[in-house]
Design a protein around this ligand. Structure first.
Ligand code: GAP
Length: 434
């Protein structure tokens, strides 16, 4: 692996408008990132593909979009105020704080104090929930938490969902949204941020191990296949069972990617059992049970959760797609993920006939998908600029186009060109983009 891969991707993201450091002109805010014009398209594409596969194309999953701010009792019910903690230690020399379980960062820090023996404070539990104040008076009654995972919004609406839809066990509830964590050591670009987005399905099944483990295996493979289908090198993905379980899980497996800093988590599959529904029933006093008409039974279903980070997935797609060739840099993103699906170029900017013809093609394509227009500089530079942002196809209108109504379509990965009739361009690309 290229030793500087992460630095190169970070630089490309800034240079080409994928990701910028948050609040940069004010000196930044650690662990926050802003998505630029390319990054926001990539992010939207990823979320749209996920939603289509998880909700639109499935009979057994419905979607919701719940509030970020919730009654603070929700977090007592879910166990987060008590258990959502990391072990924090502080360097007694410079007072920098670290997660005790992040051994590599701790060792690296010790090395930075050359010639000194670093001593650490005793570990203390540090709660990751981000506090906020709502209302006109600051005080503990007005203290709320920004959600530390998007999950609770689904569980607290369990009754609403079963009462307002026709879902039947087993069924899932999907959601995409922001989560916030007071991470002790944000880092590795967007990998560990304090504000990030998650895509989750809470999949409710009959409450027994056999049923739950069957669905656990199903979702593990389903999610792994999804990343491979979207183009990630499958040799760089693996399953990793959790040794230390989150407070809500009885079993958990991560899908990991081989990042420049080592294997690390892309997403997790968790067997949450009835932790959430039973606790919310206990803390709210409202029934959270499901009435199973088939078995004339009433119970808390068990939840098998798939939880993926949007930002982390994007980072791994970018790291995986980054390619250097002799005379170019390209992002070999799956066409479905690529910010622009195509770019249209008139060969020369000062020939009105070429502009007019190219513009006609551009207008047709942009009504179907994101299409870039570029009429500046030489054609080689225009190809290079599109390669770097991952545009899979470039269409050039040249003088031959004026004679026989054909254009060239250049493939990003092979740099090969084919010549096709103008009226076949949209259909030609649609074939690749499906
Ligand atoms: N609802 C379960 C849950 O939140 P998690 O393993 O804590 O489980 C799920 O988080 C996913 O959210 C992770 O696999 C990762 O992709 C993403 N994620 C978690 N913390 C993150 C952070 N600080 N920055 C970016 N992504 C994060």
């Amino acid at each position: 692996m290229d030793d500087n891969l992460l630095e190169k991707v970070v630089a490309l993201c800034k240079r080409r408008g994928f990701v910028y450091p948050g609040s940069e002109i004010y000196g930044g805010l650690a662990g926050t990132w802003d998505y630029g014009p390319m990054g926001s398209l990539l992010k939207k594409n990823l979320k749209d593909i996920w939603w289509k596969d998880m909700v639109q194309m499935r009979d057994d999953v419905v979607g919701v979009d719940t509030a970020i701010m919730m009654n603070r009792r929700v977090w007592e019910g879910s166990g987060h105020t008590q258990f959502f903690t990391d072990p924090l230690i502080e360097c007694k020399i410079c007072h920098q704080r670290f997660r005790e379980d992040k051994q590599e960062l701790v060792a690296e820090h010790e090395k930075s104090h050359v010639g000194q023996k670093v001593e650490w404070t005793e570990p203390r539990t540090f709660n990751l929930l981000v506090k906020a104040y709502l209302g006109v008076i600051e005080g503990s009654q007005n203290e709320i938490y920004l959600r530390g995972e998007i999950t609770a919004g689904v569980h607290v609406n369990f009754k609403n969902i079963i009462d307002s839809t026709r879902v039947k066990i087993p069924f899932g509830v999907a959601q995409i949204g922001k989560a916030f964590r007071n991470e002790i050591t944000p880092g590795n670009f967007t990998f560990r941020s304090v504000e990030f987005e998650q895509m989750e399905v809470q999949y409710y099944v009959r409450p027994n191990d056999e049923e739950a483990d069957k669905w656990f295996e199903y979702w593990k493979q389903n999610r792994m296949d999804w990343y491979v289908y979207l183009g990630i090198n499958k040799d760089k993905l693996r399953f990793k069972d959790h040794e230390k379980l989150a407070h809500y899980a009885k079993r958990a497996t991560d899908i990991e990617y081989e990042a420049p800093w080592g294997w690390d988590e892309v997403m997790g599959i968790h067997k949450r059992t009835d932790w959430d529904l039973s606790r919310h029933e206990e803390f709210s006093g409202q029934s959270m049970k499901y009435r199973d008409q088939e078995n004339s039974d009433e119970y808390w279903p068990w939840d098998i959760e798939t939880s993926a980070g949007v930002d982390r997935s994007i980072l791994f797609f970018l790291l995986d797609a980054y390619t250097e060739e002799e005379n170019r840099v390209l992002l070999k993103l799956h066409p479905k993920l690529a910010p622009y699906k195509a770019a249209v170029f008139p060969l020369l900017a000062n020939k009105p006939e070429l502009i007019e013809k190219a513009r006609g093609i551009f207008e047709v394509l942009r009504s179907e998908f994101m299409t870039a227009w570029d009429d500046r500089g030489n054609i080689g530079k225009r190809y290079a600029a599109q390669d770097e942002i991952g545009t899979p196809y470039c269409i050039t209108v040249d003088f031959q186009s004026l004679e026989d109504d054909t254009v060239t379509v250049r493939d990003r990965d092979t740099a090969q060109q084919v010549r096709i009739k103008t009226d076949q361009v949209a259909a030609h690309l649609a074939g690749f983009l499906q």
